[in-house]
Design a protein around this ligand. Structure first.
Ligand SMILES: NC(=O)c1ccc[n+]([C@@H]2O[C@H](COP(=O)([O-])OP(=O)(O)OC[C@H]3O[C@@H](n4cnc5c(N)ncnc54)[C@H](OP(=O)(O)O)[C@@H]3O)[C@@H](O)[C@H]2O)c1
Length: 349
């Protein structure tokens, strides 16, 4: 039998950028529960106390992925590097700096660090792009990520997957890469879906009297336009177990789609919120998206309309097959848990 001291020495040290985000918190929680992980080194810009989350293996430091020396220091001594630091909402110019330059720093530093054997990166369904032509009914991982030029997030995610391949190949191909393409991530600690609804961000600014009026007169409740486009969700805890499987070297390195069972429409979302939905013709969404792509003065968030242009559904069976991924939550449960948590947090009435 292996003596306990030796077993501890063999446990993995995992360096994580962006451990304080929606996915990061669930993921580090999953690493904390794994006996194969000895230490987690996390880095993001804002102050954060791992002990306040009950994390015992995790050391946190403040640092920016734009600071190459800080990134090199983080990954030195790690067995596996996980890159989650990203700016999701913003404009083309400000997101490009962190997302492209910061990710390049992480990819190059991980490839150069002698001890790092694996790199795990969270890409996105958006890497496929939102194109009306040449689109399969369900995207499988062998479909090349084309990105959508007029949508900064999608274009950057596609570009970064190419950059990752190039960086690892030019460093000699010694580092294994696992790339995940999750759909929208939700759950009680991942409220981006709710927070990004225009009414929710607006309602924080509404006077209390108006909010009370909305409460007593349900007819005034918000109405969501439903283009009828199906979308997928995945629970942050399930994303966490998929990423953890990659950290542990399960299955083969490569690209993995992540989506829970089941699909939703905006009408399902409206029903869960207790709101109304009205059908809007596909044509109207398409025309608005094309316009938004051309008007530079619109806020960057307007770019996200591109995502509602065409259904972009993924087949996530490869992760189940190769990584043994068993998501515990389907799309409907994930939606209801998310809405319940948003109510408890006071984001919704
Ligand atoms: N959430 C989703 O629905 C979803 C879906 C598909 C793919 N993804 C991808 O999954 C990854 C993680 O997403 P998430 O939802 O966890 O994002 P998130 O909640 O916005 O968290 C982003 C994390 O990155 C850190 N960060 C941002 N800029 C940084 C910088 N310059 N240097 C160091 N750390 C920085 C943030 O902390 P500080 O701000 O304190 O630095 C935070 O820890 C991203 O690549 C995202 O595109 C997310």
């Amino acid at each position: 039998m292996t003596p306990p001291a030796k077993r501890t020495a063999e446990r993995l040290t995992v360096a994580v950028t962006g451990p304080t985000g929606d996915i990061g918190k669930a993921f580090v929680g999953a690493l904390e529960r794994s006996r194969s992980v000895g230490k987690v080194l996390g880095m993001a810009r804002r102050p954060f106390d791992p002990a306040a989350h009950g994390w015992r293996k995790t050391e946190y430091r403040q640092g920016d992925v734009l600071d190459r020396a800080a990134v090199e220091d983080l990954v030195r001594g790690a067995d596996v590097v996980v890159h989650l630091a990203f700016v999701i909402f913003g404009g083309q110019r400000e997101t490009r700096e962190v997302n492209l330059k910061g990710s390049r720093n992480v990819f190059e530093a991980a490839a150069a660090a002698r001890k790092v054997k694996r790199l795990v990166y969270a890409s996105s369904v958006a890497a496929y792009g939102f194109h009306a032509d040449g689109r399969p009914e369900r995207f499988t991982e062998d479909v090349p990520p084309r990105g959508t030029d007029g949508f900064y997030y999608s274009a950057q995610k596609a570009e970064l997957e190419g950059l990752l391949d190039d960086v690892l190949a030019s460093a000699g191909g010694r580092t294994e890469a696992y790339v995940f393409r999750p759909c929208i991530v939700a759950g009680p600690d991942a409220l981006i879906l709710i927070e990004s609804l225009p009414y929710v961000s607006l309602s924080e600014k509404l006077p209390g009297a108006v909010r009370r009026l909305l409460d007593v007169m349900p007819i005034l409740r918000p109405v969501l336009p439903d283009p009828g486009m199906p979308f997928q969700l995945v629970h942050a805890d399930d994303v966490a177990t998929a990423l953890r499987a990659a950290v542990l070297g399960r299955g083969k390195p490569g690209v993995y789609n992540l989506a829970a069972d089941g699909v939703l429409t905006v009408s399902d979302l409206a029903a869960a919120l207790g709101w109304y939905s009205i059908p809007v013709p596909e044509l109207a969404v398409d025309a608005t998206a094309k316009l938004a792509a051309r008007l530079p003065f619109l806020p960057p968030e307007a770019d996200w309309i591109q995502a509602a242009r065409v259904p972009t559904l993924m087949d996530a069976s490869k992760a189940r097959r190769e990584l043994g991924w068993r998501p515990k939550h389907d799309a409907h449960e994930t939606l209801h848990e998310t809405v319940r948590a948003a109510r408890e947090e006071g984001l919704l009435d």
